[in-house]
Design a protein around this ligand. Sequence first.
Ligand SMILES: Cc1cc2nc3c(=O)[nH]c(=O)nc-3n(C[C@H](O)[C@H](O)[C@H](O)COP(=O)(O)OP(=O)(O)OC[C@H]3O[C@@H](n4cnc5c(N)ncnc54)[C@H](O)[C@@H]3O)c2cc1C
Length: 393
Amino acid sequence: MTNQTANIMNRMQDNIEVERQILESIDKWVEKEVKPIAREYDQADEYPEQLVEQMKELGLFGATISQEYGGLGLSATTYARVVMRIAQVWMAPTGIFNSHLIMANCVERHGTDIQKERFLPRFATGELRGGIGLTEPDAGTDLQGIRTTATRREKSYVINGTKTWITNGVQGTCLAILTKTDSTVCPAHKGMSLFLCEKGDGFTVGKKIQKLGYRAIDSGELIFQDFQVPCDNLIGGEEGRGFHQIVGGLELGRINIAARGAGMAEGATKMALAYAKDRKTFQKPIVEHQAIQLKLAEMSTRAEAARLLVEQAAKKFDLNERCDLEAGQAKYFASESAVQNSLDAMRVFGGYSYSPDYEIERFYRDAPLLCIGEGTNEIQRVIIAKQMVARSD
Ligand SMILES: Cc1cc2nc3c(=O)[nH]c(=O)nc-3n(C[C@H](O)[C@H](O)[C@H](O)COP(=O)(O)OP(=O)(O)OC[C@H]3O[C@@H](n4cnc5c(N)ncnc54)[C@H](O)[C@@H]3O)c2cc1C
């Protein structure tokens, strides 16, 4: 073995050991801190402040930020494994750091050196926390239809408009906001720019949105009225790049949503299995009835297939290879699996699934979001098909 090969193998061993330690501390944290409070905070729709502090200590706000900026510098693969473990128990808290990391990823990939030095260390510690503000009341899937404008005035831009459904919009302190700096240009995406906006005069929260699931984590409406942001906060320092900057960042977001889905699909399966072994009808545990066995077998197969698709997409992302097809497949399949497994688990639980005393009720309310966020599953299938055509040439 040459010295170079030995060095590479040693580094790989180190990485495996680091990942093992990270996943072990996540498992302990989930068991000790997340599981006991999930039901209470979900039902009260109360923001889990104490989890945020613990997430800071675990380094989750810097999970995918490079070490040179104070982050953990995790690969997408390790990051996805972290997310799967948390989502197995309670999916919502993953939203606190996921959209924050999409914003950070945009700065790291497209920001100027000054922006990276100014923002990334504060993102990594969680001192500044936030997410991405794209959606508006009249534009979600069709982002080129947004109306929020940013108009240049000497050394700053003035932002006007409304964003809605923004994760971390209420609790966050800094958000990446997609705007139009030129509303006349065609195609519209060439006139779109992304700004890092720290809350201040002219940037207010309209309301916290009430939701079916994914509760405890805030989704907010954000209002910009003559909000002044320094020109230095235009990501990349050049107008007209915002659409591509944010859409590129969504691949990591899609892998994360897929990881949440795979985690939830697995969590629902585990809960159903435990219940089926315990619950008896006709003098035997229901797990001995074939109808229940068929359901469990389908659930575990779906969960495992979802996990493998997540791993495949994350590996491609880590290799810097184009992965929109793989991230789309993983996001589509894993999120639908989370919905289906939550529903199947409800059937296993019978009437008790309808009570908030059982965790499965929350899974059933939380899962559908995964089919909507980071590009709806309708759009994922369009992306998959387009890539299939492109790759077949
Ligand atoms: C809990 C929650 C959190 C969210 N967090 C954020 C966030 O942090 N930041 C943010 O910017 N946004 C966020 N969103 C918004 C989310 O990204 C949008 O809801 C999503 O993009 C869909 O947009 P829409 O709701 O406007 O639906 P629409 O775009 O109006 O779509 C309605 C339906 O039409 C379908 N459709 C639309 N166009 C096409 C097409 N061309 N072909 C086929 N089907 C199509 C869609 O798939 C969907 O089924 C969040 C949403 C929720 C519910």
